[in-house]
Write a protein of this length. Structure first.
Length: 135
């Protein structure tokens, strides 16, 4: 079902400062920045081996990232797993008792369809399912 860790999402207060920090830390440049208006975030991506790091900065006070930082501060926000078929993965996980935060996949950053599992059903970790968009 889960093919690999697609990325680890990290909530940050200042994206530009965080990009500089992670470029130095990882020894590689940020390869992509993108705004996802529907989620109220700006993102920056780094490739690390076959996985990625996604930095997320809130663009609105009502963004889930703004809420996360207000409650917990900057840090790891979610772990994302690559799946081949997001619809069937969602159905299978729901049948197994996991609580989905989305009834249907939605458009996410980096050309992905995404859906989230509620942290209460995955030991306190927000889990994202990602599938590459197909044309």
């Amino acid at each position: 079902m889960m093919n690999k860790i697609e990325h680890i999402g990290i909530a940050v207060s200042n994206l530009e400062e965080a990009i500089k920090t992670y470029e130095q830390l990882l020894g590689t440049p940020c390869y992509k920045q993108e705004e996802v208006s529907s989620e109220g975030v700006k993102t920056a991506f780094f490739q690390v081996g076959e996985s990625k790091i996604e930095l997320l900065e809130a663009t609105t006070e009502t963004s889930p990232i703004a809420s996360f930082i207000a409650k917990k501060g900057q840090g790891i926000h979610h772990i994302a797993f690559d799946v081949s078929d997001i619809e069937s993965s969602m159905a299978e996980l729901k049948d197994q008792g996991f609580q989905l935060l989305n009834e249907h996949p939605k458009s996410g950053a980096d050309n992905k369809l995404v859906a989230f599992l509620h942290p209460k059903s995955s030991n306190g970790v927000l889990v994202e399912l990602c599938q590459e968009k197909r044309d």
